[in-house]
Design a protein. Sequence first.
Length: 284
Amino acid sequence: MSLKLKADYWLRSALNVRQERRCPCCGGTDLRVVDHKYIVTWLLECRQCHLRHRHPKDDPAWLERFYQKEYTVDTHMITKLPDAAAMEKLKAEGFPELRDISPYIKALRPQAGRVLDYGCSWGYHVFKMRGAGLDAEGFELSRPRAAFGQRTLGVTIHSDPAAVQGRYDVISSSHVIEHLASIPDLVTFSRAHLVPGGLFMAFCPNGSDAYRRREPGLFHVNWGSLHPNYLHIPFARHLFREAPHLILTGDWTYDTAELAAWDQRSQRVGTREDGKELLIIAVL
């Protein structure tokens, strides 16, 4: 994040420091402090739904403007749009440095039909999934990135929720849920666009106490301006308390045999809790 964005974040937080402390997921006000930094920002946990979230929160209208025009990250290809030569090389090589989540989808649903990558940026995961034989499309609120992906990768990326037609067997998101102003809105969207018994999948940073003990410095860094939500297992279990679910943590990789062995009727949590990443899977 640039120095300007950091300064803007601090000023925005300072101006809103007296904002009411309320959980953005369930509306609860019984909160506890988990972490604190920059004098004017706190990581709070809701004692009702267990969501760990940043205080103060950003205005949804501000977030809409930010992700349309200003959102950048210093690493990876999330917001860096390659030039024509680099794009052709990436396409020819199949995005070799990008994690392929297709094996996880196929382990869970060997006959997976339609797949939607929610928050797909400019569609690199969609392109990779289609290369693996999945009937994948994307959804991305940032219209410039969606248009870039459609033009350069030839994939379908929706930017308007009303334009998403039909139902999907799987809706996946990779490091998106931690950015959202409303996690319940994503779940509602998924229920509306999944076939009955379809799969919700979300990969995100792991905000657990076990990971904090393992890497306290990174835990402290991982929440803040770009990550107002810091999910952990208790929240995921609460969010999908009425649905079959499998919740795992890992260091960016997962055992496909473990995914395939899950019966998709039970509620199960993996034995490891200190992985860098949280994977939430629910049957909706």
